[in-house]
Design a binder for this molecule. Structure first.
Ligand code: HEC
Length: 109
């Protein structure tokens, strides 16, 4: 009996741990704005630009050296440019786009 409830408890824990991806949006909401921007960047931008902005995959510009004004960066995120697709649908909200913009600027030194 004790063994059985230990097993059940383990099963419940296992099921809960499997839900973590479904809760990722909730997780994101708990982070600070800077952390949210970084997470969104990692999810949607890092595969081409790299965590530090310098990867340059498929001709992506080095974001640490970018000198574009906020409005231009917003334009590119929303509409894409050259080989970069529009990121508007993936980022979902205007708020998220602005969080990513802040992170992009934080990559500049
Ligand atoms: C599929 C690869 C890819 C993804 C994903 C991607 N980019 Fe890009 N990005 C590019 C490419 C390629 C360019 C160069 C476009 C050009 O100038 O022709 C670029 C250019 C840019 C520029 C302009 C830099 C400059 O100084 O000219 C910014 C800003 C930028 N990306 C931000 C982002 C952000 C923020 C995200 C995530 C929301 C993102 N990119 C996702 C490929 C990508």
């Amino acid at each position: 009996m004790v063994l059985k409830s230990t097993f059940l408890f383990g099963l419940v824990l296992f099921i809960f741990s499997c839900q973590s991806t479904a809760e990722s949006k909730e997780e994101l909401a708990k982070q600070t704005p800077a952390e949210q921007g970084a997470s969104l960047y990692t999810m949607h931008c890092a595969q081409c630009h790299g965590e530090d902005g310098k990867l340059g995959s498929s001709g992506a510009k080095d974001l640490s050296k970018s000198v574009l004004a906020d409005q231009q960066v917003l334009q590119i995120i929303k509409n894409g440019k050259g080989a970069m697709p529009s990121m508007k649908a993936l980022l979902e909200t205007e708020d998220n786009i602005h969080l990513v913009l802040s992170h992009v600027k934080a990559l500049r030194r």
